[in-house]
Ligand binder design. Structure first.
Ligand SMILES: [Zn+2]
Length: 425
C-alpha cells in the first residue's frame, strides 16, 4: 500500500516546517499555506501527547493552558457530573448570534478531538488581540465546547459510560447524566450547528484499500434520508471540511454510513434543528498517538467555524461531500501474500496469512486471522512475500491464537530473516 505512506511523507514535511513554539505570535498563515495547522502547532496544549489520558490529566493540562487567558475570552462552566461524579464542563467563547456546539469523547476511548478542542481553546484564550480569524469567530459565533463528555469511560479508556451504556444511543431515553447534559445544553442554546467528534475503527478504508484518516457524515434525520434544510446545512459544512482536509490528506477522507440511527445523538440533533456534522478520526500510518490527526481536527474545525462565521459554507459545493468514497471496515491489519508457510517437519505450503492486532493502532498483540488463498481479501497493510518462507513460532496456525512468526529467505530456521511479526521470546 503506497498511498498512506506517500501522505505520511507530506505530513512529515509539514511538521518539519512548523515547529511548535517557533512561529511569530499571532502569525497568519505563516506555514504551508494553512493557518489551521499553524495554529495547531503553536497552541498545542502540553501534557496530552498520548491518546490515553484521564479526566484529571485532561483538565490539568487545559487549566494550565487557560492561565494564558487574561482577557476573559473563555469561560468554563460546570454542566453536571458523570455517574462516578466527574465534572462535565462547557467551555464557551464568542458573543455572536450563531450558536455552535461541539462535543468530544462521548465514547471514552475516542480521545483525538478532546486533544484538538484543548488546542482550540488554548488558541481562543491565548492568541493576540489582533488575531483576525479569532475576532471574526468571536463576533459572529457563540461557541460552546464540551470536551470529554464521558469522563468515566475515558478513565478506563472504554466506549461506554460507568453504567455500561453507549451514550450515543441514549439520545431519546436520556437515561445517562452524560446524555442529559448534552441534550440540556443543546436545548438551552438551541444550537444552530453541532460537531459530534469521534474516533472510528482503525481498520476503516476507502474502496481502493487506502486507510481513512477522517470520515465525515451529515447524519440523516429520517429513514428516507431526506435532505431537509438542517441536514443540507450540515452537508455544506461537511463539504467545507472535506475541502480543507483534501489539501493535506488527499484520498484519505471518506463518508460515513448515513443509515438513520433513531437513538443516536447526531441524527436527533438534526431533528431538533441543530445542523450537525460527525467527524470520525480514523488512522494514519505511523501516528500511534494520533497527534497528526489531532492537528488535522484543529484544521478541519477552524475551516468549518470560519465558513459558518462568514457564511461561505452556504456556497460550498455539496459534491465535495457527496463524492467522498464510503467508509468500509476491514477485518485484517496485516496480510502476507504469496509466501509459503513452513511447518515443523520442514514441508512448506502456499498459503497467505492474515494477522489481526489486539491494538491495531499500536500494532501489538498479533493474532492469526484468515489463512489460505486470500486473493481479493483486503487488509490495512498488505506485504507481498512471494519467494519467501513464513516460519511460525508455534507448531500450528490457529485462527484467533497469537501470531508470532518470522519471514525468512529459506526453508530452514537459520536462513536470513526479512520480517518479524510480534516480539521474539
Ligand atoms: Zn464514537
Amino acid at each position: 500500500m503506497t498511498g498512506p505512506r506517500t501522505r505520511l511523507l507530506c505530513l512529515m514535511v509539514l511538521s518539519a516546517c512548523a515547529p511548535a513554539g517557533h512561529l511569530a505570535t499571532g502569525a497568519q498563515a505563516p506555514c504551508c499555506g494553512d493557518r489551521g495547522l499553524a495554529i495547531a502547532y503553536q497552541y498545542r496544549v502540553e501534557g496530552l501527547e498520548q491518546r490515553r489520558f484521564d479526566h484529571s490529566e485532561y483538565w490539568k493540562a487545559l487549566d494550565a493552558a487557560l492561565v494564558a487567558d487574561r482577557s476573559g475570552r473563555v469561560r468554563v462552566t460546570p454542566l453536571g457530573r458523570s455517574i462516578e461524579g466527574r465534572a462535565i464542563n462547557a467551555v464557551t467563547t464568542g458573543v455572536g448570534p450563531t450558536s455552535v456546539l461541539l462535543w468530544s469523547q462521548m465514547h471514552g476511548d475516542e480521545s483525538t478531538a478532546s486533544m484538538s478542542l484543548a488546542d482550540l481553546i488554548h488558541w481562543f484564550a491565548a492568541s493576540p488581540d489582533a488575531d483576525t480569524l479569532r475576532r471574526t469567530l468571536e463576533r459572529h459565533l457563540t461557541i460552546t465546547m464540551i470536551p470529554m463528555l464521558n469522563p468515566d469511560g475515558a478513565q478506563r479508556f472504554i466506549r461506554h459510560n460507568a453504567l455500561g451504556v453507549d451514550v450515543n444511543r441514549d439520545a431519546l431515553r436520556l437515561a445517562t447524566p452524560e446524555g442529559r447534559v448534552l441534550k440540556a445544553v443543546r436545548d438551552s442554546l438551541d444550537a444552530d450547528f453541532g460537531f459530534n467528534l469521534h474516533d472510528q475503527g482503525p481498520r476503516s478504508a476507502g474502496p481502493d484499500g487506502d486507510l481513512v484518516a477522517v470520515a465525515l457524515l451529515a447524519p440523516a434525520a429520517d429513514e428516507e434520508r431526506t435532505w431537509g434544510p438542517v441536514r443540507q446545512r450540515a452537508r455544506q459544512v461537511a463539504a467545507v471540511i472535506a475541502g480543507a482536509l483534501q489539501a493535506e490528506i488527499p484520498g484519505s477522507i471518506a463518508r460515513y454510513d448515513d443509515s438513520f440511527t433513531p437513538r443516536a445523538f447526531g441524527d436527533n440533533m438534526q431533528i431538533w434543528g441543530t445542523a450537525t456534522v460527525l467527524i470520525e478520526s480514523g488512522m494514519l500510518p505511523d501516528d500511534p498517538e494520533k497527534q497528526e490527526l489531532r492537528r488535522l481536527n484543529v484544521l478541519a474545525l477552524l475551516a468549518a467555524l470560519e465558513s459558518i462565521a462568514d457564511g461561505s459554507f452556504e456556497s460550498a459545493p455539496g459534491a465535495a461531500y457527496d463524492d467522498l468514497p464510503l467508509n468500509v471496515g476491514l477485518t485484517n491489519d496485516l496480510l502476507l501474500t504469496g509466501g509459503r508457510v513452513v511447518m515443523g517437519g520442514g514441508e512448506s505450503f502456499p498459503v497467505d496469512v492474515a494477522v489481526v492486532f489486539d491494538d491495531p493502532i499500536a500494532r501489538t498483540g498479533p493474532r492469526y486471522g484468515q489463512i489460505g488463498d486470500l486473493s481479493g481479501v483486503r487488509a490495512v497493510e498488505t506485504i507481498d512475500v512471494s519467494g519467501l518462507f513464513i516460519h511460525p513460532d508455534s507448531d500450528l496456525l490457529i485462527r484467533g491464537e497469537p501470531a508470532y512468526l518470522s519471514v525468512r529467505r529459506g526453508v530452514t530456521s537459520g536462513s536470513e530473516q526479512v520480517l518479524r511479526v510480534g516480539a521474539e521470546d
